[in-house]
Design a protein around this ligand. Structure first.
Ligand SMILES: Nc1ncnc2c1ncn2[C@@H]1O[C@H](COP(=O)(O)OP(=O)(O)OP(=O)(O)O)[C@@H](O)[C@H]1O
Ligand SMILES: [Mg+2]
Length: 238
């Protein structure tokens, strides 16, 4: 089991500063939410953790080892998987093939087969549609597929970038229930990026609010839910 500690990371896209100074912690088996308005730096934070973006300074510690700046493959192999913003499933591959792509860093064939079965049990809709092309799935099913693909890496930390985007509230509830079940049943922690604050805080134990590349407020989910400042100043949804 492992916890994630991000300390004072800074990241740029050319001349643009996306992260000024970001720190957060995801304890073992916890669900932690990262909130913030558009452009706050939420996706960039996840990308730094998954190795897609290299931070220019600061440190990212996972299971007591520095992983900042390592390659995405190496970080995936260490047990951190990212479900990207906008799902990014392979539209021309079948559901099963999409899931298999998620296990590309693994070589334990038997484990991969067992996890495929587990994911079909978790999302029966995907099992029913296992031969269907990814692109023909509904939005909610595509999100399930994206989560399933992330789980195929057999992670201990699953990072989700706005899983509720564009989905009906009922589908969002189902997905969040599944996430809670996963944390209870597996050795898994979740870092959840969301703009759907209410839903996200309901499933998580702790939250952070970002603005302009910095964490401005943090606290237990109950504290954040009652904190007017969070809505008014940082999310723009008074
Ligand atoms: N590839 C890129 N090139 C240049 N600038 C970028 C790039 N990606 C993000 N940025 C900038 O970095 C900042 C943080 O972006 P980021 O995508 O992390 O925000 P976010 O909080 O995920 O926003 P959203 O809620 O809209 O997804 C923004 O100002 C954005 O314009
Ligand atoms: Mg984003």
């Amino acid at each position: 089991m492992s916890s994630l500690i991000v300390e004072n990371i800074k990241a740029n896209y050319g001349p643009i500063t996306a992260l000024k100074d970001t720190s957060l912690v995801v304890p073992e088996k916890a669900i932690v939410t990262l909130l913030g308005a558009n452009g706050a730096g939420k996706s960039t934070t996840l990308k730094c953790i998954s190795g897609v973006v290299k931070p220019v300074s600061g440190s990212i510690t996972w299971a007591n080892k520095e992983i900042g700046g390592q390659s995405p493959n190496s970080i995936t192999r260490k047990g951190i998987a990212q479900v990207p913003e906008g799902r990014r499933i392979f539209k021309d591959l079948s559901v099963t093939e999409n899931l298999e792509m998620g296990g590309y860093t693994r070589s334990d064939r038997a484990g991969i087969e067992a996890d495929l079965e587990d994911i079909f049990e978790l999302f029966p809709r995907l099992k029913e549609r296992h031969k269907q092309l990814g692109g023909s799935l509904s939005g909610g099913e595509q999100q399930m597929l994206a989560i399933g693909r992330g789980l195929m890496a057999d992670p201990q930390l699953l990072m989700l970038d706005e899983p509720s985007l564009g989905l009906a509230p009922i589908v969002v509830s189902q997905i969040f229930e599944t996430l809670q079940k996963l944390v209870e049943e597996r050795e898994l922690a979740i870092l959840l990026v969301e703009q759907n604050m209410k839903m996200a805080l309901r499933v998580s134990s702790f939250g952070y609010v970002m603005r302009l590349g910095q964490i401005m407020i943090s606290g237990s989910s109950e504290e954040l839910e009652d904190n007017k400042e969070v809505y008014e100043s940082y999310l723009g949804t008074a």
